[in-house]
Design a protein around this ligand. Sequence first.
Ligand SMILES: [Zn+2]
Length: 249
Amino acid sequence: MTREERISVRGIDLLVHTDWERGFPGLVAGTTVAPQDYGLSGSDSVWAVSERFESLTAALECRACVVGRQVHGARVEVVDPSPPFGFCVAGDMDGLATDRPGVLLTVTTADCVPVYLLDPVSGGFSLLHAGWRGALAGIVEQGIQTLEALNGAARTELRVHLGPAICGECYEVGPEVLREFGRPGTDHGILDLRAWLTEETIRLGVPASAISASSWCTRCSADLLHSHRGSQGTAGRMAAFLGWRVRYE
Ligand SMILES: [Zn+2]
């Protein structure tokens, strides 16, 4: 288990994956925290949210930032051509990939799992938004295949991190979801999505030693993180991010 560290960068509170940032100089990997809301369809105006993304991008020493309109699917797209600067909203997709320094990939979450993929050999990286629907639809496989196609990333070289999300003890789901996950005949039960995604990622050929999972639970830490479940649907959204600082271009 990995516990992202709380830091503040230019007045923006973050949880950062310090193991990766230390291990790969120039990498920025982490998530924003509550109460800042990065939701594109939340209560704050789209102008205020855009400005928030631009401030985050500058604080992380990147020049452009991309987020997709998330639809709980498995579509992953390479950001190409990469935007020269500013904040850019892509079409209906739950995953983004690039190998360009200075381009900050983001996904917004509030219980769903941000999945970070990094190919340290080529510098290629991908960030995915995985709820139970996207997980079952194969978004992790799509992310891996996109990195393979982008610059030949080998599965055995990939690093994968499953970020802050609702934990197995907090995520109670009904029989229709359990049936999808191969547990028919159960009325209701708990689902540990990060544990399931870990097994899935191993099945896809990534070594278990290259996979880490955050110990942060959005619902257990509702004072720090946005939780859709913990707020009965009124929560804002965090922005998970992954990129290379622009000076490493
Ligand atoms: Zn929890």
